[in-house]
Write a protein that binds this ligand. Structure first.
Ligand code: PMP
Length: 443
């Protein structure tokens, strides 16, 4: 059996080498590696992020400028903004780029205190704590919330930062079928009886972890059903809103706002500032007691340098714009625009015959390619026509479920999207990824 295992390992390495060599070569000619600073063909170098609607200038010989359909710039705050940018520059002059201190040792500026209050108010919880990195927010907070003797029940498609946080916590982990409340209930029922008091169960604590919008699926969480199951079984609920906060909901307050869920029913609200707010970092929002506990016990709060002041200012300013507190209606327009853009793009792709995952209103739109061999051709042919798309494959997705993941922004114009649709349609025909018959065009 050792011989067989060895032979299998060799075979796997052989195919992996062929795949690496092939994907490397197919990407090489579109990213012009000699002037790419990265030695790895998977990483492209973006030379400039311009303020004229979410376009990037890439260092390639063939593509000077392209429409960016891959970044999480949901509300268009990732480029210079008339309200945010001057304030960010001011904060840079006043506080500099880094506090060079931890939160507890002089790294809490007035900006940090204001930011935490602003985030708590925005997401609708009594208090919040912020961290310098979204990924680390999940991976550092989960081990503080729960440990050995606890049970984490995690959606099967949760982000890697959640998976790492859950593993690092030492708690027992059970996984439920992606976004399937009935399976969550089944998993819970296997562990505890309905209505059993928290003090009388085999687990010290149970936390159910879900995401607001799933980043590889574009699906909205079945939150109302999941909340009622958590209530029934007295399990805590942890909601990662990385892709939904700011991007959906009438006032941009995420999936609770969109789906009519009371934020009082979500015990732990997590999110990142790296998408809708055009900044960096992450937050946890919850009860005053929870946030106090985390501030005193989370090593990433106690021992890490605090979030950069200009980044903190960018978050607060963009929230002000979203809420209309800048004195303009730009925030409301951005929210309306991302919704219209997303629903327009999704329905047009479907009419063309693509298989598109996800729900209406979600700005995340995976186009199924299935066969991973179609990835380099799809992205290269789009890029040649000045449209940059992100393609995703194993291990981020199952092996035969490769996809191009489109992220729509409020900064895209209708003209941008129409051009992109033409390109994607042509490339889809060339590569052979239209799996449904196209709807006849209306005259
Ligand atoms: N949670 C989810 C659901 C994510 O998709 C991501 C990354 N896109 C993160 C957390 C990590 O956030 P960040 O990129 O801000 O570190």
């Amino acid at each position: 059996s050792y011989g067989l295992l060895f032979a299998f390992g060799q075979l796997r390495d052989f195919f992996r080498k062929i795949f690496d060599w092939w994907s490397h070569n197919s990407l090489e000619d579109c990213f012009n590696r000699p002037i790419c600073s990265s030695p790895d063909a998977w990483f492209d170098v973006v030379e400039r992020i311009s303020n004229d609607y979410n376009k990037t200038l890439k260092r390639t010989t063939r593509v000077d400028r392209c429409l960016n359909l891959g970044s999480y710039n949901y509300l268009g705050f990732a480029a210079a903004d008339e309200y945010c940018t001057p304030r960010v520059i001011e904060s840079l002059k006043k506080f500099s780029a880094s506090t060079c201190s931890t939160r507890v040792d002089g790294g809490t500026t007035t900006l940090h205190a204001e930011l935490e209050e602003c985030v708590a108010n925005f997401v609708g919880k009594p208090a919040a704590v912020v961290f310098g990195m979204g990924y680390a927010t999940n991976s550092a907070i989960l081990p503080v919330l729960i440990g050995k003797g606890g049970l984490i029940i995690s959606d099967s498609l949760n982000h890697n930062s959640i998976v790492n946080g859950a593993r690092g916590s030492g708690a027992t982990i059970r996984v439920f079928q992606h976004n399937t409340p009935s399976h969550l209930e089944k998993v819970l029922r296997e562990q505890i009886a309905e209505g059993q008091p928290r003090t009388h169960r085999p687990w010290k604590k149970i936390i159910v972890v879900v995401e607001g919008i799933y980043s590889m699926e574009g699906e909205l969480c079945q939150l109302p059903e999941i909340v009622s199951i958590c209530k029934k079984y007295r399990a805590y609920i942890y909601l990662d809103e990385a892709h939904s906060i700011g991007a959906v909901g009438k006032s941009g307050r995420g999936v609770c706002d969109l789906l009519g869920v009371d934020t009082a029913d979500i015990d732990i609200m997590m999110g990142t500032f790296t998408k809708s707010f055009g900044s960096c970092g992450g937050y946890i929002a919850g009860s005053k007691e929870l946030i106090e506990y985390l501030k005193h016990n989370c090593p990433a709060h106690l021992y890490a340098t605090s979030i950069s002041p200009p980044a903190a200012q960018q978050i607060m300013s963009s929230i002000k714009v979203i809420l209309g507190e800048d004195g303009s209606s730009r925030g409301a327009q951005k929210l309306a625009r991302i919704r219209e853009n997303s629903n327009f793009f999704r329905s047009e792709l479907q009419k063309m015959g693509f298989e598109v995952l996800g729900d209406n209103d979600s700005p995340v739109m995976p186009i199924m390619l299935y066969n991973p061999a179609k990835i380099p051709a799809f992205s290269r042919e789009c890029l040649k026509r000045n449209v940059a798309v992100v393609t995703v494959a194993f291990p981020a997705t199952p092996l035969l479920l490769a996809r191009a993941r489109i992220c729509i922004s409020a900064a895209h114009t209708r003209e941008d999207l129409t051009k992109a649709l033409e390109v994607i349609s042509r490339v889809g025909d060339m590569v052979g990824v239209k799996y449904f018959p196209a709807e006849p065009k209306k005259q």
